[in-house]
Write a protein that binds this ligand. Structure first.
Ligand code: NAI
Ligand code: 15L
Length: 274
């Protein structure tokens, strides 16, 4: 890795971005460009072709261990976004998220990769109430199979640091979309600008070990004490406040609606899938 200087950001030779066809993958495909000579873009879904020599497009199913091993070879760092991003039957989560994250770390171990940024989720703590304020050390309370898979991913990250010294920042992303879509997201929203800054700092801050942080902008009503992110020098620049009038024009949510009770909102009430 090349350290940063006032004129040029830190960068790696080849950065692997999984989940590159997804919502955040498309955003980071553009915005992480200054951080790598080449970005290797991967997904099981169709991706736009490489836009020049600074991009490589490599389709891959994360459930395929051999394919993931080949995907990881030659990279210097990984931003792991790929996987099922909503609540789904366990069997789907098992393939993409649980086997997928294991394959990524095994590939990293085998090919000497020292830094991973893992897209964890607020759904690892989704069964806490919205009245509670949490830091990154609270016991996890996953709100479904998806949240369980992200909880597993955080454990895998800790294990691969303790056993093999591979460093990870696990970002418990709140809601990263162009704008907050509902009242709950007024607290959980993470702007794309803040996301990009957080991912960049997670790639290049030295000596993070396995660090768990929350991914939220500087929203007025915060549920998360994100002091752990100070280690990265992350100070969010955006806030959901400019969207308040628009969001509060939506019909009110009943006080006992999961969207108004739990941090994980509607995810807490999904399933069973029979
Ligand atoms: P997304 O669903 O738009 O993108 C995920 C991508 O992973 C998709 O393009 C999908 O094709 C790919 N994928 C799924 N199964 C795969 C497999 N077996 N092999 C290879 N690729 C596979 O999700 P989004 O919003 O872009 O999120 C990116 C990551 O961030 C996900 O891991 C998600 O769980 C996490 N996250 C996102 C949040 C958000 O607000 N957008 C909040 C919390 C976490
Ligand atoms: C997530 O983990 C999902 O990937 C995303 O689609 C949103 O549902 C987000 O959490 C959220 O909680 O708003």
């Amino acid at each position: 890795m090349t350290p940063s200087s006032p004129s040029s950001p830190a960068r790696v030779s080849r950065l692997l971005l999984t989940g590159a066809a997804g919502g955040l993958g498309k955003v980071l495909r553009e915005r992480l460009r200054p951080f790598a000579d080449v970005i290797r873009l991967s997904d099981v879904a169709e991706m736009a072709p490489a836009d020049g020599p600074h991009e490589e497009v490599v389709p891959c199913d994360l459930a395929d261990k051999k394919a993931v091993d080949a995907l990881v070879a030659g990279c210097d760092a990984i931003v792991h976004l790929g996987g099922v991003s909503v609540e789904r039957p366990f069997e789907e989560i098992l393939e993409a998220n649980i086997k997928g994250v294991f394959h990524i770390y095994e590939g990293a171990r085998r090919h000497g990769i020292r830094r991973i940024v893992f897209a964890s989720s607020n759904h690892v703590i989704g069964f806490y109430r919205q009245s509670e304020r949490l830091d990154a050390h609270v016991a996890r309370r996953p709100d479904g199979y998806y949240g369980l898979s992200k909880s597993f991913g955080e454990d895998v990250a800790q294990f691969y640091f303790d056993r093999y010294g591979i460093e990870t920042v696990s970002i418990r992303i709140g809601s990263s979309f162009p704008e907050p879509a509902n009242r709950r997201m007024m607290s959980t929203w993470l702007s794309y600008r803040d996301l990009t800054d957080l991912v960049g700092k997670s790639l290049f801050t030295p000596d993070v070990g396995h660090l768990v942080v929350y991914g939220a902008s500087a929203n007025r009503d915060q549920w998360w004490d994100n002091h752990a992110a100070a280690k990265l020098g992350f100070v969010p620049q955006d806030s959901s406040e400019p969207f308040r009038t628009k969001v509060e024009a939506q019909p009110p949510v009943a006080a006992n609606d999961p969207n108004a009770v739990y941090q994980g909102g509607a995810f807490t009430a999904q399933g069973p899938f029979e």
